[in-house]
Design a protein around this ligand. Structure first.
Ligand SMILES: [Zn+2]
Length: 277
C-alpha cells in the first residue's frame, strides 16, 4: 500500500497566526520553530499510522510556504519527503499518480471567505460558483482525477466540515475549533497526534469504501484572492485570472492555471522560499 500525505501548517493544533518569513525578531524565529515542531509531530503521527496499517511506502509533501518546514530528521525513518519548491507560487502534489492507494491531508485550513474561519485563505471557484474548493478539497480533487481516494483530513472544524460534505465517508480529526480568523480553541499537541493516528488508521482501513473525489469535467477554474493581499480578507476578493481556465479535468486545469499566473514560474530559477530572514 502506497500512501501520499499532503501537509500544510495553518491547520495544525496550536497555530493561530500566519507565518512571517520576513520578520527578523527572536520572537518570530521562536514562533516558527515551535510551529514546525507541532507540524512535524502531527505529520509523524500520520506516517506511523500508515505504516502500522501495512503501508509499504509513505511519501510526504511538505507543501506550506517555503516547502521546507517539516523537521524531517525527527520523522519515522521509513518515510520519504518531498520538500523545496519547483515554482515561485504554490506547487501541487508532485509525484502523485495512480499507483498510490490513498491520500491523507494533515494541517488543513478553511477556504477564504469562511466566516470566522481560522487562518483562512485561497478559494477556488469551479464552474462559476457551482463548487468552491479550499486547498484541502482541491488536493482531494486532483487526487480524484488520478483515481486516488482521500481518506483522512485533519485541521480546524470548518475545513473538516467542508471536506466531509464533499467526501461523506472520509475520516476527520478537527484538532481545533475556529473562533475567529486569528483565534481558535485547540487540543494539546499530544492529543492532536493521537486523533490523527487513530483517524488515519480508520481512513486507511476503510479506503476501499471511500470513493475518489472526482469533479466531472469539463471544468472552468478560477482562483479568488484577497484584494488587500497578504491573506487579509477585509476588502473582499478578486479573480486572479478573470476569464478562468477551461479544461477536461481539475488536474489539467490547475496545472495550466499555475503556468498562466504571472507570479508563478515553474521550474523556477529563483530561490524563493530559501531566502531566510
Ligand atoms: Zn500554508
Amino acid at each position: 500500500m502506497k500512501v501520499y500525505i499532503q501537509t500544510d501548517i495553518e491547520g495544525v493544533a496550536g497555530n493561530v497566526f500566519f507565518e512571517s518569513r520576513k520578520e527578523v525578531s527572536y520572537e518570530n524565529y521562536e514562533h516558527r520553530r515551535r510551529m514546525y515542531k507541532l507540524l512535524t509531530g502531527e505529520v509523524n503521527a500520520a506516517v506511523k499510522a500508515a505504516f502500522d496499517s501495512g503501508a509499504s511506502e509513505v511519501v510526504i509533501n511538505d507543501n506550506h510556504g517555503s516547502g521546507y518546514n517539516i523537521i524531517f530528521e525527527e520523522l519515522d525513518p521509513r518515510c520519504e519527503i518531498i520538500h523545496g519548491k519547483n515554482a515561485s507560487g504554490p506547487h501541487w502534489l508532485p509525484e502523485l499518480d495512480k499507483s498510490f492507494d490513498a491520500m491523507v491531508l494533515v494541517g488543513m485550513h478553511p477556504m477564504a471567505g469562511t466566516p470566522k474561519g481560522l487562518l483562512q485563505h485561497s478559494k477556488w471557484d469551479v464552474n462559476d460558483g457551482k463548487i468552491f474548493l479550499s486547498e484541502a478539497s482541491m488536493a482531494a480533487a486532483i487526487a480524484g482525477d488520478h483515481g486516488v481516494p482521500t481518506v483522512f483530513i485533519s485541521g480546524d472544524d470548518m475545513v473538516t466540515d467542508e471536506v466531509k460534505a464533499k467526501i461523506p465517508s472520509i475520516k476527520a480529526a478537527a484538532v481545533k475549533k475556529s473562533l475567529s480568523p486569528y483565534m481558535g480553541r485547540c487540543v494539546m499537541p499530544e492529543r492532536s497526534r493521537e486523533m490523527i493516528y487513530d483517524g488515519v488508521k480508520k481512513g486507511l482501513k476503510a479506503r476501499r469504501s471511500i470513493k475518489p473525489y472526482k469533479i466531472k469535467g469539463p471544468v472552468k477554474l478560477q482562483l479568488l484572492e484577497s484584494n488587500k493581499g497578504n491573506h487579509d480578507q477585509s476588502r473582499g476578493f478578486y479573480s486572479v485570472i478573470p476569464e478562468g481556465i477551461v479544461r477536461k479535468t481539475i488536474d489539467e486545469a490547475i496545472s495550466d492555471f499555475l503556468k498562466k499566473m504571472t507570479w508563478c514560474s515553474i521550474d523556477t530559477l529563483h530561490p524563493d522560499g530559501f531566502e531566510y530572514p
